[in-house]
Ligand binder design. Structure first.
Ligand code: MN
Ligand code: MN
Length: 465
C-alpha cells in the first residue's frame, strides 16, 4: 500500500490527537491568549467562594442580569441571577423555546481546597502567635507549609454586623505562613508515613511574634495581635466563633513557561470552568433553549450543606422558574441536559505510572469530556449514556471545539467525583466536561491556555444550542 494511502486512511479512521496549539490558527491562538488574560484577573479577584460569588454577581449585573423574582413574569432574552447565601450563584438567560422543553445547565464549583480557621483559632505558644487551622477539601498536607498565605472571609460580630477580611493580596500587605522543619533536623519527620509528613494539627498559621508593650505577664503576643485586630476590625476573641476565615496561597496567577502556554495559579479547580462557563453565559443573547449556569459551593467537601449541590437550592430555583411559566419543575428537569463543568487530572509525564495514557486528558489536548467518574468499579458515578455522549460529541465537532476524552487515572489507583451525579439524580442528562489540571489541589495548579479556550468554546456552543 502506498505511503500516502496509509496516511489518508489513518486520518480517516483514527482519532485526531494532535496538539491543540498546533491545530489552532495564529489568529485563534491570539484570541485564546487574550481570553486567558481575563481569566488570570478573575483568579486573582475571586480566591474564595464568597469572592467568586460577589464577582460573578457584579459582572452579571453589569451585563443586564437582574435578581430573580419568583413572582415576576419572564420573556425570551431576560437575564436573571439568584445568589444563595453569598456562596453559590445561579444565572439564567430565558430562551425562545417553551421552558417545558428543558434547559441547558452548566455547573461549575467556586470553592477550592484551603486552610480554614478553627472556631477558636487564636493562641500563643512560646511567644509566637498562631491561628489554628482545619483544612478544607482533599489536600496533600505537606504542600502547604512554607507557602505565603493570605486570609479571606467574614467575621460576624455579636451585634450581627459583618466585617470582610482580605489581607495578603495587595503588594503592601503582610502574609501568613505555616512553618516546616529544616532538613537538618528532619530525620524523625522523614520516617513518618507521607500522609503524616505534616499532620493536620501542625498546619498552624503564624500571625505574629511581638508582645504587647514590655509588660510582665502571659500571652502578651496574643494580646498584641488581639489589640491590632480590635483596632482594625472592631472584634474581640469571641467573634472568631461566628467567622469564616480561609487561608489561601497569596500568589498571583501567572503565565508558566518560556512560551507562556500555561497558566499557574491557586484554585483553578474549578474556577477555570467557573470562568469559562460564566463568559459563555454572560455573552448569551436570545438563546433557543433557556440557559442556566450554576456556580456552586462545597463541592470539595462532598456537596452537602445548603450551598452545595446535594441541597435543594437548584431544584427550588428550577421549580420557581418553571412555575413562573405555569410549568412543573420536574417537567423542566426531566427534559434538561447538563454539562458538569469540572476539571480532570492532566496526564503528568513526570508521573506516568498512575495514568493509562490512551484514556487520560493531555495538556493542550483540548477540553476533556469524561463519560464517567468514580472509584473502583465506577462507584459514585452517574455514567452519561452513549446517546448523550453522542449528542455532546456531535455538538462539539459541529462547532469546531478541540476536545479529548479522559478519565482520572488508572483503575484502582484512586478516583474522584464531581457534582455530575447530583444533577443526574434530578433526572437530567449529565456529563463531565472540563479542563485538564496538573498538580490538582496543590497550592499552585497548572492548566494549558488552549484547553481553557476550548472549554469556553464548548460551553458557548452548548448554551447556544
Ligand atoms: Mn473540581
Ligand atoms: Mn477538586
Amino acid at each position: 500500500m502506498a505511503e500516502s494511502t496509509v496516511k489518508e486512511l489513518k486520518e480517516k479512521l483514527f482519532m485526531n490527537k494532535k496538539n491543540a496549539a498546533a491545530r489552532m490558527s495564529g489568529e485563534e491562538l491570539k484570541k485564546c491568549d487574550k481570553f486567558c488574560e481575563g481569566y488570570k484577573q478573575f483568579l486573582d479577584i475571586a480566591k474564595t467562594e464568597r469572592e467568586a460569588c460577589a464577582e460573578i454577581v457584579k459582572q452579571a449585573k453589569s451585563r443586564g442580569f437582574s435578581e430573580f423574582d419568583s413572582k415576576a413574569k419572564y420573556k425570551p432574552g431576560d437575564k436573571v441571577y439568584y445568589a444563595n447565601r453569598e456562596k453559590s450563584v445561579i444565572l439564567a438567560v430565558i430562551g425562545r423555546q417553551p421552558i417545558e422543553k428543558g434547559v441547558n445547565l452548566v455547573a461549575a464549583h467556586i470553592d477550592s481546597p484551603r486552610l480554614d480557621m478553627k472556631q477558636n483559632p487564636l493562641y500563643e505558644k512560646d511567644e509566637v502567635a498562631y491561628f489554628k487551622t482545619h483544612y478544607y477539601g482533599g489536600i496533600k498536607k505537606y504542600q502547604w507549609p512554607t507557602v505565603p498565605l493570605s486570609l479571606h472571609g467574614v467575621i460576624v460580630k455579636s451585634d450581627g454586623s459583618k466585617v470582610s477580611v482580605n489581607i495578603g493580596e495587595d503588594d503592601g500587605d503582610p502574609v501568613f505562613c505555616v512553618s516546616d522543619l529544616l532538613p537538618h533536623l528532619a530525620s524523625q519527620q522523614y520516617k513518618r508515613p507521607s500522609t503524616e509528613l505534616v499532620k493536620g494539627e501542625e498546619l498552624n498559621l503564624i500571625i505574629g511574634s511581638r508582645p504587647f508593650k514590655d509588660d510582665e505577664g502571659s500571652e502578651l503576643v496574643k494580646l498584641n495581635i488581639m489589640m491590632i485586630l480590635n483596632e482594625k476590625y472592631g472584634i474581640t476573641e469571641s467573634d472568631f466563633i461566628s467567622a469564616e476565615l480561609e487561608a489561601v496561597p497569596a500568589f498571583k496567577a501567572k503565565d508558566v513557561g518560556f512560551d507562556r502556554s500555561l497558566v499557574g495559579a491557586y484554585g483553578q479547580d474549578d474556577r477555570v470552568c467557573a470562568y469559562t462557563e460564566l463568559m459563555a453565559v454572560l455573552e448569551l443573547k436570545n438563546p433557543d433553549r433557556t440557559a442556566v449556569a450554576i456556580l456552586t459551593d462545597k463541592e470539595e467537601t462532598g456537596s452537602d450543606g445548603n450551598t452545595g449541590l446535594r441541597s435543594a437550592y437548584l431544584r427550588y430555583f428550577i421549580a420557581d422558574l418553571a412555575a413562573s411559566f405555569g410549568v412543573k419543575g420536574r417537567t423542566v428537569l426531566s427534559n434538561s441536559r447538563c454539562l458538569s463543568a469540572d476539571v480532570n487530572a492532566a496526564y503528568d509525564p513526570t508521573f506516568p505510572d498512575v495514568f493509562e495514557k490512551n484514556n487520560s486528558a493531555l495538556l493542550n489536548g483540548g477540553v476533556c469530556v469524561t463519560k464517567y467518574t468514580g472509584s473502583r468499579g465506577k462507584s459514585g458515578t452517574s455514567d452519561a449514556s452513549a446517546e448523550f455522549v453522542g449528542e455532546v460529541r456531535a455538538l462539539l465537532d459541529k462547532n469546531g471545539v478541540i476536545w479529548q476524552t479522559g478519565e482520572l487515572g488508572k483503575i484502582d489507583i484512586g478516583g474522584g467525583g464531581t457534582v455530575a451525579a447530583y444533577i443526574a439524580n434530578l433526572d437530567v442528562d449529565t456529563i463531565d466536561v472540563g479542563v485538564p489540571v496538573m498538580s490538582m489541589h496543590a497550592p499552585y495548579e497548572i492548566t494549558a491556555k488552549t484547553d481553557i479556550y476550548a472549554a469556553y468554546k464548548a460551553f458557548e456552543a452548548f448554551v447556544n444550542n
